[in-house]
Design a protein around this ligand. Structure first.
Ligand code: OSB
Ligand code: MG
Length: 369
């Protein structure tokens, strides 16, 4: 399978409901979709970098710049015979993991398409069905959030994650626990606290949370280790883990007991698998996180989550939880058991509907070929 052409699409997809984290509220998902052609087939990937550098320093514009001006040319004429870590070709470019991840996803999808096999098999995954959860943003009123939790539980989601920040935390969690005493519940702070809040954060132990995600700084391990030492609630790291080396640091320093793996954040499926394998060896459970991906990135996350150490429900929700219409057919659906069933179709397992893709496309460019 030889790479002949790489095309980028900048999409702006309106969300059915705004999504608010401790770093801000978004009404649209802005993302870069990658299409790679070769041997008469297409492979698709996604770099869900968003419009502003809040979650990471990358944005849709840095992804565009780095792919067009530096990464795409490294794929010129390259021929793939088996799944290999594509991002190793990008060794001369530091960071920019989302840019690299979108390309690696597209290459692997193309390889799976040319071999007429499902992508998850190519990655080494074996499960036909994965458990899943939902991530709910900050609302204007606690009652609005309680209503959304009710709806999510009715749809079968196996665990609820809520976003927290100073002044939207302990009271909110108490209200949730008063109404839903025994659901699997966790909280994600997206780095909204510091160790000055240590006494406040100890109160998290009152709510029987399965974990607290990324309470402290986005690049910190030392303070998370200090926090984990006094907290019964397991600490899970998201933003802090951008590579295998980061995961190793975090585990050795006891900075966390759980890791959220996002292939976009760690530079692609192969790095994600390396982090997964390390965690499995070290008895650190992992789960698959999300970045509000379109159906393309979502299907890549589903394929990844079939690996054996993804034992906890991920943030991989149904297409209609995010979008009135997704750009894939069929869209992602969640069963009443709170699971997602894997498609046996080749590649990511659903078709990209070009008319829908183009409806949300604000810019496109052929960057190779
Ligand atoms: O921290 O996990 C996060 C969305 C955007 C940016 C960061 C995060 C999230 C989510 C939503 O929690 C996950 C999803 O449903 O895709
Ligand atoms: Mg998170």
């Amino acid at each position: 399978m030889k790479i002949e052409r790489v095309e980028l699409f900048h999409l702006r997809m309106p969300l059915v409901h705004f999504f608010e984290t401790s770093f801000g509220r978004v009404h649209d998902h802005e993302t870069v979709v990658v299409r790679i052609d070769g041997g008469g087939k297409s492979g698709w990937g996604e770099s869900p970098a968003s419009a502003s550098p809040g979650y990471s320093y990358e944005t849709v514009h840095t992804v565009w710049h780095v792919v067009r001006d530096f990464l795409a040319k490294k794929l010129k004429g390259v021929e793939f015979f088996k799944p290999i870590p594509v991002s190793e070709l990008f060794g001369g470019v530091r960071g920019h993991n989302m840019a690299k991840a979108g390309l690696e996803m597209a290459v692997l999808d193309l390889l799976a398409m040319s071999e007429e096999r499902p992508l998850y098999e190519l990655l080494g995954g074996a499960r036909a069905e994965i458990p899943t959860g939902i991530s709910l943003g900050i609302e204007d009123r606690v009652d609005d959030l309680l209503k959304r939790i009710d709806e999510a539980l009715a749809r079968g989601y196996q665990r609820i994650k809520v976003k927290i920040k100073p002044r939207w935390d302990m009271e909110v969690l108490a209200a949730i626990r008063a109404k839903f005493p025994s659901i699997a519940l966790m909280a994600d702070a997206n780095s909204a606290y510091t160790l000055h809040d240590l006494d406040h954060l100890r109160r998290l132990d009152e709510f029987n949370l399965t974990m607290v995600e990324q309470p402290l700084d986005y690049d910190d391990y030392v303070d998370h280790a200090k926090l984990q030492a006094v907290l019964k609630t397991p600490v899970c790291l998201d933003e802090s883990i951008k590579s295998y080396a980061d995961a190793r640091r975090a585990i050795e320093l006891h900075a966390c007991k759980v890791i959220n793996i996002k292939q976009a954040r760690v530079g692609g499926p192969f790095n994600a698998k390396a982090v997964h394998n390390l965690c499995q060896k070290k008895s650190i459970p992992v789960w698959c996180g999300g970045l509000l991906e379109s159906g393309i990135g979502r299907l890549h996350n589903i394929a990844l989550a079939t690996l054996p150490n993804f034992t906890l429900p991920g943030d991989i929700s149904a297409s209609d939880r995010y979008y009135r219409e997704d750009i894939i057919d069929p869209p992602v659906v969640v069963t009443p058991r709170g699971t997602i069933e894997l498609s046996r179709a080749p590649g990511i397992g659903a078709a990209v509907v070009e008319s829908k893709l183009l409806r949300y496309c604000v810019r496109r460019e052929v960057v190779l070929g």
